[in-house]
Design a binder for this molecule. Structure first.
Ligand SMILES: Cc1cc2nc3c(=O)[nH]c(=O)nc-3n(C[C@H](O)[C@H](O)[C@H](O)COP(=O)(O)O)c2cc1C
Length: 288
């Protein structure tokens, strides 16, 4: 069991935001049993995704996405009822007022994840990162659920993370995608219709390791870690720098849901071989 913000998780493997649609959450839970599933970031009203292409593979295990927070809106959350997996509700908006309205409608799920980091829609996500203190303070005033703030791999991450924590965040989710661009050199056009996209997958894994390491070292806070986890060893690495739960994202897009079972097994084999428990690993590399 892993205790995160006072909630018990059966193991560290969860699914990150943006990977499973609301309509599939229950089925994925039943078939693959991740300990938690995070919803797509939900806004007050439905948002259309950007025009295609919205997801491009640019290198082995590395993707660029610009879905643009396309989502069915917070009212659709009611379609999810009882399931065995815990539910993390990812929430976004284009203003503090919108985020508060969305939070007031979150009537299920164990944790709220505030998306202040998506790079793929102007006015949303990382556009609000500089208001992190005000957003978290206000959100904590209207919900009793633990609030995790999802941040990106920015140069000023220590400062932004500190502001989230001092405003009352119960933990942090690290990391979101990194803004990138791919050019087609036959046409010299940008490959993504939106122009830019968020880089995810193996290419950002060492960035996730470094950011989680630095934030955990500074604040010793509860962290949901994600970024390019493709194997049990990648997951163990993120735990060793302070992550308590591990989000799978791009690996599921690349390989399918069976990667959940494979990665969980690889982690368990590692622990068995070394005679360790998850609690022996969390943050161990930060102290070295
Ligand atoms: C197709 C796609 C959609 C995503 N949508 C969201 C989202 O709605 N909200 C969010 O906070 N993160 C979103 N993310 C970011 C992931 O949750 C995760 O933080 C990031 O991809 C890094 O993990 P990974 O390398 O394992 O994919 C999305 C990622 C991908 C690839």
């Amino acid at each position: 069991m892993i205790n995160l913000a006072g909630i018990q998780f059966k193991d560290p493997i969860i699914i990150s935001s943006g990977i499973v649609t609301l309509s599939k959450i229950k089925e994925v839970c039943k078939n693959y049993l991740p300990s938690a599933i995070t919803t797509k970031t939900l806004t007050l009203k439905p948002l259309n995704p950007h025009d295609p292409p919205t997801l491009v593979k640019f290198h082995d295990k590395c993707y660029l996405n610009a879905i643009g927070l396309g989502n069915p809106g917070i009212d659709e959350l009611k379609k999810i009822n009882e399931m065995e997996c815990k539910l993390i509700v990812s929430v976004g908006g284009s203003s503090i007022d919108e985020i508060i309205e969305v939070i007031k409608k979150v009537d299920r799920g164990e944790i709220i994840e505030l998306n202040l980091s998506s790079p793929n829609r102007k006015g949303y996500g990382e556009s609000l990162a500089s208001y992190v203190y005000e957003v978290v303070k206000n959100v904590k005033g209207v919900t009793n659920k633990p609030v995790f703030v999802k941040l990106g791999p920015w140069d000023n991450i220590i400062e932004i993370a500190g502001r989230a924590i001092s405003a009352g965040a119960d933990g942090l989710s690290l990391i979101n995608t990194v803004k990138g661009m791919v050019i087609d050199v036959e046409t010299f056009k940008k490959v993504m219709h939106y122009g830019t996209g968020g880089i995810s997958g193996k290419c950002i894994h060492p960035l996730a390791v470094r950011i989680i390491h630095d934030v955990y070292k500074e604040y010793n806070v509860d962290i949901i870690g994600m970024g390019g986890v493709f194997s049990g060893i990648d997951a163990i690495e993120l735990m060793s720098v302070g992550a308590k739960l591990i989000g799978l994202g791009t690996v599921i897009i690349d390989e399918g849901y069976s990667s959940i079972i494979r990665i969980r097994k690889e982690m368990e084999e590692y622990l068995k071989e070394k005679g360790l428990k998850y609690s022996d690993i969390i943050g161990v590399a930060v102290k070295k």
